[in-house]
Design a protein around this ligand. Structure first.
Ligand code: NAD
Ligand code: SAH
Length: 414
């Protein structure tokens, strides 16, 4: 836990937090209500989400709602220390450090759960794993939790199917207000923001290989095209492959794409998408990056095994020199490039994702005791409420169905 706050870091972090808050109108609207109603009064909430400025605003909102909040990151490379210190300076229990070792990262997760939360917010399933394995006692007061990302939800589904889920969870990722915007437009923008910032290279004219054409992959490919890249998509799902084809991208096997790509971005949630035989045929100077869960999409042991020399070219860019002199550059250690090498999704996007999170925490606190130990969809009224608040904040005009139109749409004649 951060016990000694660095005031200079804390000041820099607080400026970031206040800046992004300007673009988070959904959270501001909820803040006004939570301030009055205090729906989380007397409850403890543990949060494990990439610890940066937008997440800090979620934590502040949960505290405004009356909760005692403990927070850590969900990836050892995405924590921004100044933001962590800014929260610690304001009395939050913060256990996180940028660049923590895996052991330290794990300790931070455990420490954050040791408050014995009533509700927890997870991103990727690390909290869930600890509460079911190493420290079930930390779940003694737990009503339930909320999961932020696709891979975390796949794991909860597997756990539920095996009858091994011991508390209710909301599948926040699957809400429309989350994945349609966060996974697609958020990842689409922040991946390129990070890659361009890290490499200072042009994207136009490059061959970009996007592995996985799900919500994240669609956003990454769309923005690469907009930046002037020639985009190739690899997939395992025939529908997604057809969609990519009709969206105007070349679709091929990774075996065929590997020798063509200048920049690789994986977004599959799967392991071993890029392996040894692909490294063997990649171009000199190829950039390899990942936007999916964890650091397993590009196989690192295969890369290391082939390298005759490994050196850091620039912070976050490791060059693996092959025996024939080719240099393959791995960005952000193969972890989520947009978060480990950048600021993650923009504020306007996280405004919606965290609006859903905050409302689901409230719902879990109020009604979770009557739920079974299952994975639940986000209630549609919460999803619509966040979309409605966002539409209002964006000043978009929405037509309203007339009673005649409603009757027409509901009928089967005419
Ligand atoms: P998704 O399920 O919509 O899409 C994944 C796609 O990858 C699917 O179409 C699937 O067919 C394809 N795929 C699976 N294995 C593959 C393989 N071996 N080769 C090629 N394609 C393969 O999921 P999503 O919402 O797009 O999320 C993808 C990953 O990104 C998940 O791990 C998720 O947790 C993570 N995510 C990251 C961010 C971020 O900020 N970087 C944001 C949201 C989600
Ligand atoms: N622990 C896993 C989690 C995958 S993270 C890992 O580190 O590999 C993917 C999630 O990060 C997405 O679902 C998205 O909602 C979230 N995210 C993206 N940008 C973010 C940001 N700026 N702040 C907090 N979370 C962010």
């Amino acid at each position: 836990m951060i016990e000694k706050v660095d005031p200079i870091l804390a000041e820099s972090g607080w400026k970031k937090i206040e800046w992004v808050r300007l673009c988070m109108p959904v959270l501001s609207a909820l803040e006004a209500r939570f301030e009055k109603e205090k729906p989380l009064a007397g409850l403890r909430v543990s949060v494990s989400v990439h610890l940066e400025a937008k997440t800090a605003n979620l934590c502040l909102l949960l505290r405004t709602a009356g909760a005692e909040v403990a927070v850590t990151g969900c990836n050892p490379l995405s924590t921004q220390d100044d933001v962590a210190h800014a929260l610690a300076a304001r009395g939050f229990r913060v256990a996180a450090r940028h660049g923590a070792s895996m052991e330290e990262y794990h300790e931070h997760l455990c420490e954050t759960l040791s408050i014995r939360p009533h509700v927890m917010v997870d991103d990727g399933g690390d909290f869930t794993a600890i509460l079911h394995g190493e420290h079930p006692e930390y779940a003694e007061c737990l009503i339930g939790g909320c999961e932020e990302t696709t891979t975390g939800i796949r794991r909860l589904e597997a756990r539920e199917k095996a009858g091994a889920l011991s508390f209710p969870m909301f599948a926040v990722n699957d809400a429309n207000s989350k994945h349609l915007f966060d996974n697609r437009y958020g990842t689409g923008q922040s991946v390129w923001d990070a890659i361009m910032h890290m490499t200072n290279m042009v994207v136009a004219g490059k061959n970009v290989v996007v592995a996985g054409y799900g919500f994240c992959g669609k956003g990454i490919a769309m923005r690469a095209k907009g930046l002037g890249a020639r985009v190739i998509v690899t997939e395992v799902d025939p529908f997604c492959a057809l969609e990519a084809n009709m969206d105007g991208f070349r679709v091929m096997k990774m075996d065929d794409a590997a020798p063509l790509g200048d920049i690789f971005v994986s977004a599959t949630g799967c392991c071993d998408v890029i392996v040894g035989r692909h490294y063997d045929v990649m171009r000199d100077g190829a950039l390899i990056s990942n936007a999916g869960h964890f650091d397993v999409e590009a196989n690192k042991p295969d890369l290391e095994a082939r390298a005759v020399e490994v050196c850091e070219r620039k912070p976050g860019i490791i060059c693996y020199r092959m025996a024939n002199g080719r240099c393959l550059n791995l960005l952000a250690d193969g972890r989520l490039v947009n978060l480990a090498g950048g600021n993650g999704h923009p504020a306007e996007i996280m405004d919606m994702s965290f609006g859903i999170q905050a409302l689901c925490v409230e719902k879990m606190a109020k009604e979770g005791r009557s739920l079974a130990n299952k994975l639940y969809d986000v209630p549609p009224e919460i999803d619509r409420e966040v979309a409605r608040l966002k539409v209002e904040a964006e000043g978009l005009g929405l037509d309203v169905l007339t009673p005649e139109q409603e009757a027409y749409l509901a009928g089967y004649e005419g």
